[in-house]
Design a protein around this ligand. Structure first.
Ligand code: IMP
Ligand code: MG
Length: 177
């Protein structure tokens, strides 16, 4: 359906089902361990809220958030990130899953991964709701991917356009930009 708010790319129901599958997979992979989910703000907060409830209650789950701003440009890996809000917990020796809304250039993820590796995480994996294939400078595998999408600007389910539209319950493509 095409409206002033763009075109629906992924429906609420599709997202719900896919996150349930991702939660089941994470529950299998982390059986018997404690997992620490770290959401990268702001875009990941809705995805993380659903993902954490899709993980088996038998698995102890810790959660924290980090906010970073990227000064990288899309064509090099030389950019860096500025930590605007750091974690409140130590991740030393922890099994961490970085939770992202979308991986586009992968620069945010690249830097966050390196920061967390330097802080002594025992294992580091990545869960992202969306991936735009082909752009990423992040060269490790994305362990849990919700959906691969075309190279278009999307909003909703936590993703914004100029800080708006995060509250859309589905993923839409904004045709006008
Ligand atoms: P990166 O380019 O992979 O470093 O992505 C950085 C951040 O840009 C993501 O975490 C999103 O917050 C934002 N971003 C990238 N593509 C989109 C999009 O299509 N819509 C909304 N935000 C986006
Ligand atoms: Mg983000």
């Amino acid at each position: 359906m095409k409206t002033a708010l763009g075109t629906v790319l992924i429906t609420e129901e599709e997202i719900r089902r896919r996150i349930a599958e991702m939660g089941r997979q994470i529950s299998k992979d982390y059986a018997g361990r404690t997992v620490t989910l770290v959401g990268i703000l702001k875009g990941s907060f809705i995805f993380l809220a659903d993902l954490i409830r899709a993980i088996s209650p038998e698995i102890p789950v810790e959660v924290d958030f980090m906010s970073v701003s990227s000064y990288g440009d899309a064509t090099t890996t030389s950019g860096t990130v500025h930590i605007e809000k750091d974690l409140g917990i130590s991740i030393d020796g922890k099994d961490v899953i970085i939770v992202e809304d979308i991986v586009d250039t992968g620069l945010t993820l690249l830097h966050v991964y390196n920061i967390f590796a330097a802080r002594g995480a025992r294992s580091l994996r990545v869960a992202t709701l969306l991936e735009k294939p082909g752009n990423s400078k992040y060269d490790r595998p994305l362990d849990y991917i919700g959906f691969q999408i075309p190279n278009k600007f999307v909003v909703g389910f936590g993703l914004d356009y100029a800080q708006r539209l995060r509250n859309l319950p589905e993923i839409r493509v904004l045709d006008e930009i």
